[in-house]
Design a binder for this molecule. Structure first.
Ligand code: HEC
Length: 312
């Protein structure tokens, strides 16, 4: 390596490799690591200094060693240094081969007869680099034609659709494992017996003191009727449990004590009280809650549509 690259090239190359490694391994979000964490900058600076120092030490040791050699040794050393490394020779010959041009001395073999006011033309072969590229493009075209036009491979739109579908499945799977990701915007009524069972346990451990075990109400309002102070339906109920009731009423925000998944379970459980008759029902409070997604509303919309046609 030392003989391959001069030091002015070696230091930056090694330095940038280290920067790339740092960027890769230090998690810094969108911004580069050295901007996010200035200490990284200090580290990189130190690395740079060490690299330069190493180069300086090695080359001075080299010089000292060289001075200590006898004449014959010096000559051998110089010869060794002057030798071009193998792979550089390889690059040079491959480059020449790919160019495919004749050396100047042999040009007389391929010169054409005509002569335009002293301008002559050589009958060079097509340069191999170009020719191989051309063959590669023919092979590519054949494969492309077969794949997309004969065997109807997926085009970009179809690939995008497939990826979307896969992503959707992945998101669903993730949501199942990450039940605590729900909030009052995304929560949905749970119907699994196990969820409702856990909901019941949570309700009995935390809520019965004020809402009674049958939801009939006490300090807290009746949960069995269709009247809701803070809105019915899973989303509102989840929100009430999570954020609490109106100030000073006694219903605390449970999000400190219950996980989102637990709040979804208890909300789903207590919505089962709807329509049941508790032992000692508390008088209704709040207003009748109509689910905006229920049929009642759609019927109204339909009526409105019929009405408007009647007017015409
Ligand atoms: C200290 C008594 C108390 C406890 C314990 C309590 N609540 Fe409440 N809860 C209330 C009161 C009081 C209200 C009325 C809040 C208001 O008027 O703003 C209420 C309101 C509610 C409402 C909204 C009712 C409506 O009509 O909009 C829901 C849902 C509810 N509680 C669920 C729960 C759940 C679930 C628990 C247990 C995790 C719980 N509560 C624990 C006192 C309590």
């Amino acid at each position: 390596m030392r003989n391959l690259m001069p030091s002015w090239l070696r230091i930056p190359v090694v330095f940038f490799i280290i920067i790339a490694l740092v960027e890769y391994f230090v998690s810094s979000g969108e911004k580069p690591a050295f901007m996010e964490q200035p200490i990284v900058l200090v580290f990189l600076l130190l690395v740079l200094l060490v690299l330069i120092a190493m180069e300086a030490i090695i080359s001075s040791m080299d010089a000292i060693l060289y001075q200590s050699l006898d004449e014959e040794g010096k000559a051998r050393y110089d010869a060794q240094k002057a030798r071009t490394p193998k792979f550089i020779t390889w690059i040079k010959t491959t480059y020449k081969k790919l160019l495919g041009s004749k050396p100047l001395e042999e040009e007389h073999e391929i010169i054409l007869d005509h002569n335009y006011d002293g301008i002559k033309e050589l009958d060079n072969n097509l340069p191999p680099w170009w020719l191989y590229g051309f063959y590669a493009s023919i092979v590519f075209a054949a494969i492309y034609l077969l794949r997309y036009h004969i065997f109807n491979g997926d085009n970009q739109y179809k690939e995008l659709e497939i990826e979307y579908a896969e992503a959707k499945i992945a998101i669903e799977a993730y949501k199942k494992t990450a039940k605590d990701l729900v909030d009052f915007n995304t929560v949905e009524l749970l119907t699994d017996a196990s969820d409702l069972g856990s909901g019941k346990k949570i309700f009995e451990a935390n809520c019965v003191a004020c809402h009674m075990s049958d939801g009939g109400g006490g300090i807290g309002p009746n949960l069995t009727d269709e009247y809701w102070i803070l809105g019915g339906g899973i989303k509102n109920v989840f929100k009430t449990i999570s954020e609490g009731g109106r100030d000073g009423k006694g219903m605390i925000a449970w999000k400190q004590q219950l996980k989102p998944s637990q709040m979804a379970q208890v909300a789903s459980y207590l919505l089962q009280f709807q329509g049941t008759t508790p032992a000692k029902p508390k008088a209704a409070e709040g207003e009748i809650w109509i689910d905006p997604n229920s049929e009642v509303v759609t019927e109204e919309v339909n009526e409105a549509v019929t009405d408007s046609t009647q007017i015409q």
